[in-house]
Design a protein around this ligand. Structure first.
Ligand SMILES: NC(=O)c1ccc[n+]([C@@H]2O[C@H](COP(=O)([O-])OP(=O)(O)OC[C@H]3O[C@@H](n4cnc5c(N)ncnc54)[C@H](O)[C@@H]3O)[C@@H](O)[C@H]2O)c1
Length: 357
């Protein structure tokens, strides 16, 4: 891999599945990044990852990694419940942070961490990696620059019943440890909550990335034969409307995509399961010049592109393409609003939402 001379020295916190399948390799292969340090409380996991990924240093204690002046930025790749406290700790140590999605579990903690990053002038990015799929990025630019007014979004994210078979085939064999640090209780025990946090966070962030601020949602959940389908009607700040569908598990292949209907054109997009590292198939129809176009996008490694974008923002002041702290907060507001709307049967305005999932 060809490397830039100026590189971000990254410390990755957490040696769990997402670090093993995405972040270590992204830092190593990133054009402008270096896997400088890794940290995990579990010594066996840490030793295993050290042998495979060969960072310069390893730490069992997070505070020690944060005290290392050679660490420019930190990736927080831990369980959701730890995201905010660990991100705050890093910001307070003067480190830029890429934190996994969702940013946090409550509106208030997300407000706190977004404010902390702003006050300190540090880059805070949330791991909504879909924005870095070159097809999704292309669609976003087309919508903003050429499509004129947006009328409607339809989008869907349907995790497949074959997903774990597919990820077992595509990802490296996962290392685990009995000594890994996890939150109290089982975060997957409440399945509705877990699925919203894990998957609706992608669906809602992509909707916001394409069509702007969501102001209200009306959501319904259908549960049948052990599967879940959230049907979400969304209002956007510009008056456009959205219909979003989260389904887990669809009895079929992974299905993810969107259609955006606008004044001077429209967009149709089909995304692949991210572990194929393939660029979304996107067709942008422009009535201005009578063309239909989209990127071929040979490089669809959204996690590595996300890391490179994060580093470009820090090293060169390139405007943040990824989700910032305010985006992470807005996404969590939307998640909480969806959950409240399912419970109450009412339309829920995002501005009124407090608390968490
Ligand atoms: N963007 C995506 O596509 C995507 C996909 C999967 C998971 N995720 C997100 O990634 C996050 C992490 O998932 P995971 O399954 O890898 O997590 P995990 O809980 O299995 O692993 C986290 C690791 O961090 C370590 N750790 C936690 N707190 C620590 C501390 N204070 N000091 C030292 N070590 C500590 C633990 O020991 C553990 O090994 C989740 O938030 C999840 O939502 C994102």
């Amino acid at each position: 891999m060809k490397k830039d001379t100026q590189r971000l020295r990254v410390g990755v916190l957490g040696c769990g599945p997402i670090a093993q399948s995405a972040h270590f390799e992204s830092c190593r292969k990133g054009r402008n990044t270096e896997l400088y340090a890794i940290c995990d409380r579990a010594p066996d996991l840490l030793a295993g990852m050290q042998a495979i990924h060969r960072p310069q240093v390893v730490y069992q204690e997070y505070a020690d990694m944060l005290a290392d002046p050679h660490v420019d930025a930190v990736v927080v790749a831990t369980a959701d419940a730890f995201h905010v406290p660990l991100t705050l700790q890093a910001l307070q140590a003067g480190k830029h942070v890429l934190v996994e999605k969702p940013l946090g579990l409550t509106v208030e903690e997300c407000q706190q961490v977004a404010a902390e990053a702003r006050a300190r002038g540090l880059v805070l990015q949330v791991g909504h990696n879909k924005r870095f799929d070159p097809g999704v990025a292309y669609a976003g630019a087309f919508i903003r620059q050429e499509m004129g007014e947006v009328m409607a979004l339809k989008s869907w994210y349907r995790d497949s019943c074959y997903r774990y078979q597919m990820t077992d085939n595509l990802q490296p064999e996962m290392w685990t440890s009995a000594q890994a640090l996890h939150p109290e209780g089982n975060p997957k025990a409440d399945r509705r909550r877990y699925l919203l946090l894990a998957h609706a966070s992608h669906l809602l962030d992509t909707a916001r990335f394409l069509c702007g601020e969501i102001t209200a949602v009306q959501a319904r959940l259908v549960e049948k034969f052990g599967a879940y389908c959230w049907l979400i009607a969304a209002d956007f700040a510009d008056g456009s409307g959205g219909q979003l569908d989260l389904t887990v598990d669809v009895r079929g292949d992974w299905q993810e995509g969107f259609q955006v209907l606008g004044e001077n054109g429209s967009v149709l997009a089909d995304l692949y399961m991210p572990w194929y590292f393939k660029t979304a198939k996107v067709e942008c129809y422009s009535v201005k010049d009578g063309t239909r176009r989209g990127p071929i996008g040979g490089d669809g490694h959204s996690y590595r592109l996300q890391m490179e974008g994060f580093a470009d923002t820090i090293l060169h002041g390139v405007p943040q393409h990824g989700a910032g702290g305010e985006d992470g907060l807005a996404c969590v507001r939307a998640l909480v609003a969806v959950s409240r709307s399912v419970d109450s049967g009412q339309r829920v305005a995002l501005a009124d939402v407090t608390g968490g999932l």
